[in-house]
Write a protein that binds this ligand. Structure first.
Ligand SMILES: Nc1ccn([C@@H]2O[C@H](COP(=O)(O)OP(=O)(O)OP(=O)(O)O)[C@@H](O)[C@H]2O)c(=O)n1
Ligand SMILES: O=P(O)(O)OC[C@@H](O)[C@@H](O)[C@@H](O)CO
Length: 401
């Protein structure tokens, strides 16, 4: 069988595909765990995950347990669930939270549309929480939808950046390897427990630098910047002018490309077909620059906002929309143009409720070649800052390049 994506009929990724694709060897192993393996006549390996999430986060020093602390307004645990959910060969994910947080956990699952998740009550220690999760997987409860797994991944709910390749290596190691003295010496206590009480084979697998655990307050800031960086890798420029027609909107796109070489700049048009934009949304682009060339108001931006509102794009991450406008000082005084565009405040307030961060950007046009280039460069710098920072304090503001 050709090595392909694990699962073959893999469901749409939830959130940006943040990891590099699996290597050929790992992809082949992943297919053994998934439906593709079953199609090839092999029984897929049943894998589940237990996420201990019942701690109080004493070292973080804030009243909210760290797994429920917000990062870009979404609880940390939702990022971890998203990371595991993306792995289609993990059949069930069991989360252990304290009794008082069960309702909050269920609301998180509903709000962020997580699937394949079951919630159980945590224990007084991490190991007891894990034990409760394992019990739910093996007990024959009358209404349980959980399948009895052959392998269970134990993953701290406060390690949000786990990738499919490391999970796969862990599963393969759990199936194949024995436990060495080195593993016991340098591993964590889970390894010792597995050996002592279950006589289960174990093997220490090297993780990635991103697998670190959110423990102190500074870790929340670190996690936030990693997430911001990951969702700032692509900008889609929407204009109301056809591709190929020479205009200032296309010039801005070219300047964005040259000024922000680390960012992928794509383009889309609303006038042709909404399908275009749907494709971009499906690829999970979280940043849009809407260039209003033909109309003096927000027509194009409003169209874009309604497409975004109809989509589910902003459920997981805040989406940035920069509405770009041009003004000719010889025709309209700046003050008057600003006054006309102040309606952005109303739109911004409305779409803010849907996790869309809207700002306005004014560029003087026409002006001399050199000055125009300077303004467009300034515009690119402002756009980059709005996208990288996702600062909600700037929502509804009109900036001038
Ligand atoms: N009774 C417990 C204690 C901890 N955990 C979970 O185990 C993971 C790793 O533990 P740790 O980082 O030590 O979390 P806390 O115990 O919450 O932190 P602290 O030690 O600072 O209080 C976390 O996801 C935590 O929620 C758990 O499920 N049940
Ligand atoms: O209390 P610490 O922050 O040192 O570590 C917690 C660890 O026990 C826990 O995160 C597991 O990964 C170990 O198996």
């Amino acid at each position: 069988m050709e090595p392909g994506p694990p699962g073959g009929s893999r469901p749409a990724e939830r959130g940006p595909c943040l990891s590099s694709p699996l290597g050929a060897d790992l992809a082949a192993s992943a297919s053994l765990l998934s439906a593709a393996g079953a199609e090839a006549g092999r029984r897929p390996l049943a894998v589940a995950a237990v996420l201990p999430a019942g701690g109080c986060g004493e070292r973080m020093g804030v009243p909210t347990p760290k797994q429920f602390c917000p990062i870009l307004e979404r609880p940390l645990i939702s990022y971890t669930l998203q990371a595991l959910e993306r792995v289609c060969w993990i059949k069930d994910i069991v989360v252990a939270v304290t009794g008082e947080n069960i309702e909050a956990m269920n609301s998180i699952i509903q709000k962020y549309q997580h699937t394949r998740i079951s919630v159980v009550e945590a224990g007084v220690t991490r190991h007891r929480s894990i034990f409760n999760g394992l019990k739910a997987l093996v007990e024959d409860q009358p209404n349980s939808k959980l399948c009895k797994p052959e392998i269970v991944i134990i993953h701290d709910a406060v390690r949000p950046f786990v990738e499919e390749d490391v999970l796969l290596k862990v599963v393969i190691a759990a199936k194949e390897h024995g436990c060495s003295d080195y593993d016991l010496e340098f591993g964590t206590e889970c390894l010792q427990l597995a050996l002592k009480y279950c006589h289960t084979k174990a093997k220490l697998v090297e993780g990635s630098p991103d697998l670190w655990k959110v423990t102190y307050k500074r870790d929340l800031y670190a996690a936030e910047s990693i997430i911001k960086e990951r969702i700032s890798q692509e900008i889609c420029v929407i204009t109301d002018v056809k591709e190929g027609e020479e205009n200032v909107g296309h010039l801005l796109k070219e300047v964005l490309k040259s000024e922000l070489p680390h960012v992928k700049v794509t383009s889309g048009a609303l006038c042709h077909a909404r399908g275009d934009l749907q494709q971009i949304i499906l690829k999970q682009c979280y940043n849009f620059v809407c260039v209003n060339v033909m109309t003096s108001d927000f027509q194009e931006t409003q169209k874009l906002l309604s497409v975004l509102e109809e989509s589910n794009l902003s459920i997981l991450y805040p989406v940035v929309v920069v509405s770009v406008h041009f003004f000719d000082v010889k025709l309209v005084p700046l003050g008057q143009k600003m006054e006309n565009l102040m309606s952005i405040r109303g739109f911004a307030k409305e779409v803010r409720k849907r996790n869309i961060l809207l700002c306005g950007l004014l560029i003087c046009y026409p002006q001399g070649e050199q000055k125009l280039q300077e303004s467009l460069r300034q515009a690119a710098i402002i756009i980059a800052a709005l996208i990288e920072e996702r600062n909600s304090g700037l929502v509804g503001q009109l900036l001038i390049a």
